[in-house]
Write a protein that binds this ligand. Structure first.
Ligand SMILES: NC(=O)c1ccc[n+]([C@@H]2O[C@H](COP(=O)([O-])OP(=O)(O)OC[C@H]3O[C@@H](n4cnc5c(N)ncnc54)[C@H](OP(=O)(O)O)[C@@H]3O)[C@@H](O)[C@H]2O)c1
Length: 264
C-alpha cells in the first residue's frame, strides 16, 4: 500500500523550532544551562556551551548533543570578564556563524543570610557578578544581531526578583536588576528586530539547590499548584518557546516558570 503519511522522524524534523540558529548559553556545563543546550540542539540549533570551571561536564554536554546528531562546542569563559567573553563569542561565531540567540544563565553564587548579617562585600559581589554576566555577553553579541536585523536574548532570572524570600536579599536585588536590564534592551533593541525576555524559575533541582534540606524541598513542592519541584528541563522548555520564531511578537516579557507558585 502506498502511503503519503510522513514517518515519525519526518514529523519531528518538521517540528524543529531552532533550525539554522546559532545559540550561546552561559553556564551550560550543568543544571538549567546544560538542559537548555541539549533541548535547543535537539531542535536544530548549533550551541556554544559556555563553562567556567567544569570542563569535563561541558564536554559531556557536547558529547550528548553530538550523539543525537546535533552541533555544539564547549567554550571556556568567566562571564564577568569582557575579554574572555569576546574571545568566546568569536570562537562560537567561527565554528557556527554569527550568534543570533544568547541565553544569560550562568549562576552568580551568593550566601543565604538575613540582611542584618549580610556583609556589603558579599552583596556587591552578587550584584556585580549577576550584572556583568548579563552585560558583557549581551555587549559582545548585540552588534552582530543588529547587522543580522534579528536576535533573541533570554535571561534566567528568578521568582524572588518579584517575590522576595527571607535570606535572599542579594539574589532578589540582583535578579530584579537583571529584569530591568533586559527590559531596557527589549525597548532599545526592538527596532533592530531583537527580542529580549526573562524566564523566572522557582525552586529547581540543580547543584545550586543541592544543599536545600529535603523537607524544605517537599514543603516547597506542596505549595506549588502543580505539586512538585522544578526540573532543569522545565526551564529549558520555556526558554525554547521564547527563543523560537513562534514567539516572534513577544519581547519585554517576564515568564514565571514555577509550577504556578508565582502568578502575575
Ligand atoms: N536552581 C534554582 O532553584 C534556580 C531558581 C531560580 C533561578 N535560577 C537561576 O538559574 C540559573 C542557572 O542556575 P542552576 O541552578 O542551573 O545553577 P548550577 O546548576 O549551579 O550551574 C551553574 C552554572 O553556572 C556556571 N557559572 C558559574 N559562574 C560562572 C562564571 N563566572 N562564568 C561562566 N559560567 C559560570 C557554572 O559553570 P562551571 O560549573 O563550568 O563553573 C554552571 O554551568 C542561574 O542564573 C540561577 O540564578 C536557579
Amino acid at each position: 500500500m502506498v502511503t503519503t503519511q510522513p514517518q515519525n522522524s519526518q514529523i519531528l524534523d518538521n517540528y524543529k523550532l531552532m533550525s539554522d540558529r546559532v545559540v550561546l548559553i552561559t553556564g551550560a556545563s550543568r543544571g538549567i544551562g546544560a538542559a537548555t543546550a541539549k533541548l535547543l540542539a535537539r531542535h536544530g540549533a548549533a550551541v556554544g556551551v559556555n563553562y567556567y570551571g567544569s570542563e569535563e561536564a561541558a564536554g559531556q554536554v557536547v558529547e550528548a548533543i553530538a550523539s543525537e546528531g546535533g552541533q555544539a562546542l564547549a567554550v571556556k569563559a568567566d562571564v564577568r570578564d569582557p575579554q574572555q567573553v569576546d574571545a568566546m563569542v568569536q570562537q562560537v561565531a567561527e565554528a557556527f556563524g554569527p550568534i543570533d540567540t544568547v541565553v544569560i544563565n550562568a549562576n552568580a553564587g551568593f550566601p543565604i543570610a538575613p540582611f542584618v548579617d549580610y556583609r556589603w562585600e558579599d552583596f556587591e559581589a552578587k550584584l556585580v557578578g549577576e550584572l556583568k554576566g548579563a552585560f558583557f555577553p549581551c555587549k559582545a553579541v548585540v552588534p552582530s544581531m543588529i547587522e543580522q536585523k534579528r536576535g533573541c536574548i533570554i535571561a534566567v532570572s528568578s521568582s524572588v526578583s518579584r517575590s522576595p524570600s527571607e535570606g535572599f536579599s542579594a539574589h532578589s536585588t540582583a535578579k530584579s536588576g537583571l529584569n530591568a536590564f533586559i527590559n531596557s534592551l527589549a525597548l532599545e533593541l526592538g527596532p533592530h528586530g531583537i527580542r529580549a525576555n526573562v524566564v523566572a524559575p522557582g525552586l529547581v533541582l540543580t547543584d545550586a539547590t543541592a544543599q536545600v534540606p529535603q523537607e524544605d524541598k517537599d514543603a516547597s513542592a506542596q505549595m506549588v499548584p502543580l505539586k512538585r519541584n522544578g526540573l532543569p528541563e522545565d526551564i529549558a522548555g520555556a526558554i525554547l518557546l521564547l527563543a523560537s520564531e513562534e514567539a516572534r511578537f513577544i519581547t519585554g516579557a517576564y515568564l514565571p516558570v514555577s509550577g504556578g507558585i508565582q502568578m502575575l
